[in-house]
Design a protein around this ligand. Sequence first.
Ligand code: NAD
Length: 347
Amino acid sequence: MNLKVGIIGLGMMGKDHLRRLTKVLSGVDVIAVADIDTQRATSVAPAGTDVFSNPLAMIRSDKVHAVVICSWGPAHEAQLMECIAAGKPVFCEKPMVTSEQAALRVMEAEEAFGRRLIQIGFMRRFDSDYRALKAVIDGKSLGAPLIYRSVHRNASVPADLYTSDMPLNDTLVHDADISRWLLDDEIVNVEVRIPRRSSRGNDLRDPTIVLLYMSSGIIVDVEISVNISYGYDIRGEVSCEAGVAALPNRPATVISDRHGIRQSIPSDFRDRFIDAYDQELREWIVAASQGTATGPSAWDGYAATLVADAALRSAETGQCEPVAMKPKPALYANPLHLNKNAGGVAA
Ligand code: NAD
């Protein structure tokens, strides 16, 4: 039987995930949607879908087996808690929650339930380029990793919605999570440095350099530029003891014309990571069909929250700020081994 899913939040991400769950992936039926903006939910709901104005009521519905949360960050905690109370697997867009205390409450509730239910939307872990890069690092042919450079450039951000804190508490979370996963290491200190300000960003603090100090001694340097104009440009390069491994620039189409020879650049993240978003939900469907979750966990959501908090403190104090994580609960220690044929195969 297909997994019966309800989606909360039908804005940009919710609509995009609705498209892939109804048109790209198999093993799943979207049977309900919920949004505080009921008009918006009604306008995008496929025929026959139940529309809820109260997302918690949708989670409790007996017809809904699993939930996809794409509402605003501050709404995530209550919706995740309701999913755990109902024992339903849930995919939650980042940020998992917006405070350390909320992250601890969510992890405690999931631990008390006794089984993983939550997957967080860190889609880079599902991108084939990052997976190939990780395979090289894990293969140890280049020796130990020493430095990782992560470049995160957006063409532009909405001037009325994107504030000076957001490079650190919204954009950085993807670089922080991919660094932890790629290097299999935890971030222990965060330092923010502000170079010359771009005139394209109005009052925004842009660009930003963030140094992530890993527990092994590896240093990650992250460039966040959010008004770079030429496209959405994501780069990553790991310097190891005996060589360097880097992401390819995507897409690799080479254009030759009267301006010369160049490569095209994706315009935004939905374009660059389209396959990764498909794959994260494909793997979510497989796990959710078995009543559980794999991939980025509540522990990873907690880590991202602490890193964002430390980065905001560092921007304020100009100092290196510690990330003090509590010991890792057993629930998050070992990867689950699932029956990969249980659902979610591409149509
Ligand atoms: P959006 O503003 O376009 O849409 C959010 C929707 O949620 C709106 O329709 C709003 O009415 C609804 N909503 C808000 N609070 C709600 C509540 N309490 N209950 C029900 N519905 C509620 O936002 P978006 O850009 O789609 O972002 C949604 C989430 O996805 C955010 O957490 C954001 O950080 C995340 N996001 C992730 C990525 C990624 O690359 N993984 C990219 C962009 C956004």
